[in-house]
Design a protein around this ligand. Structure first.
Ligand code: C5P
Length: 223
């Protein structure tokens, strides 16, 4: 099992999926879980800053996540919401929602269950998020913490948005990435931070393929 953490725009999602494919492992995008709950919060007209209301909604949200790295699906009450959870509204509201302790408790329990099932079924999984190495699976044999310069992360995010047909400028992407990082790394419960025993990899100057080579080597040593 590989635990991959770090802020947004480090290439985490792309490399996690590719690495899982290479290793014939499963893939779990924990950020997608926080995003789908956030979408449910927004659709219900609940204020993302209203902790008790958000917690109550999270308990009753019916969502499903696929773990196949070649086609990771996200459904909310049976509806395919894979594209919608990447939109600006969810980007803006996801950090307050994911700072609610009950939401984290619920999703972490679900993440551990999925990880256990996939490990039993196919023997390997790559899990990406913010607290995988520190909270979700602190005993993962390989923990990697990806970083990159904020300007480079914003440029990547903006390019991804444009490719997906969403309007984006680098300035907006930088502001959004900055805000999310600040909120994610300063929250009280499970803030974004590297595990003490994580391998740090700065992807600022690296292509996706180079990151993949580095991770594959690490995984073959101790994944
Ligand atoms: O990885 P992604 O950018 O999709 O994550 C969206 C948000 O979900 C993060 O900004 C963070 O607020 C939250 N998150 C989290 N813990 C995780 C994964 C994501 O709090 N393990």
């Amino acid at each position: 099992m590989v635990a991959l953490d770090g802020p947004s725009g480090t290439g985490k999602t792309t490399v996690a999926r590719k690495l899982a494919g290479r290793l014939s492992a499963g893939y779990l995008d924990t950020g997608a879980m926080y995003r789908v709950v956030t979408l449910a919060v927004l659709r219900a007209g609940v204020d993302p800053a209203d902790g008790p209301a958000v917690a109550e909604l999270a308990r009753t949200t019916d969502f499903a996540l696929g773990t196949d790295p070649s086609a990771p699906s996200v459904h909310l009450a049976g509806e395919d919401v894979a594209a919608e959870i990447r939109g600006a509204e969810v980007n803006h509201a996801v950090s307050p929602v994911s700072a609610v302790p009950e939401v984290r408790e619920l999703l972490v329990a679900r993440q551990r269950r999925i990880i256990g099932e996939v490990l039993d079924e196919i023997g390997g999984i790559v899990v990406e998020g913010r607290d995988i190495g520190t909270v979700v699976t602190p005993d993962a044999p390989l923990k990697v913490y990806l970083t990159a310069d904020p300007a480079v992360r914003a440029a990547r995010r903006s390019a991804q948005d444009t490719a997906a047909g969403r309007q984006s400028s680098q300035a907006e992407a930088l502001a959004s990435v900055d805000r999310r990082d600040r909120l994610d790394s300063t929250r009280a419960v499970a803030p974004l931070k590297a595990a003490d025993d994580a391998v740090h990899l700065d992807t600022t100057e690296l292509s996706i393929d180079q990151v993949l080579v580095a991770l594959s080597e690490l995984a073959s040593q101790r994944g």
